[in-house]
Design a protein around this ligand. Structure first.
Ligand SMILES: [Zn+2]
Ligand SMILES: [Zn+2]
Length: 114
C-alpha cells in the first residue's frame, strides 16, 4: 500500500521487480510491466492473482485464498479476500439451505442456513 514506485523502468534492479510464482504451473512472472502500465503498486499482484485464477482455476503461490466450499453439494469458489467469500457462503446457504465451509490458512468457519 505504501510503496511508491517512483523509479523509472530503466533503473529497475531485480530486487525491485515484484515477482509471483506458481508451483502448480511451474512458472514465475515478474510484474514490472504491469506496474508500468497500471501504476497501482501492490494491487498489480492482486490483479495478477485474480487473472490467474480466472484463466487457470487456481491462485499463484503468494496468495492464500479464502475458500468457500459447500458441504452438501459440489458448489464452491475461491476468493482473494474475506468479504466476497463470506458473502458467497451466506448467499449459497440462504438459497440452498446448505452449510458452507469457509477456509483461510488453517482456519475454518462454517456458514449455516438460517
Ligand atoms: Zn498457476
Ligand atoms: Zn450447496
Amino acid at each position: 500500500m505504501s510503496d511508491e514506485f517512483s523509479q523509472n523502468p530503466e533503473d529497475e534492479t531485480d530486487e525491485n521487480v515484484p515477482t509471483i510464482s506458481c508451483s502448480r504451473c511451474g512458472r514465475e512472472w515478474d510484474l514490472s510491466y504491469e506496474l508500468d502500465d497500471l501504476q497501482v503498486g501492490n494491487q498489480s499482484a492482486e490483479q495478477f492473482a485474480l487473472d490467474h485464477m480466472r484463466h487457470t482455476g487456481h491462485f499463484p503461490d503468494s496468495v492464500t485464498p479464502w475458500v468457500a466450499r459447500c458441504r452438501q453439494c459440489p458448489d464452491g469458489d475461491e476468493f482473494l479476500t474475506e468479504r466476497p467469500a463470506q458473502r458467497w457462503a451466506e448467499i449459497h446457504a440462504r438459497h440452498t439451505r446448505h452449510t458452507v465451509a469457509l477456509t483461510h490458512n488453517d482456519e475454518q468457519t462454517t456458514v449455516d442456513p438460517e
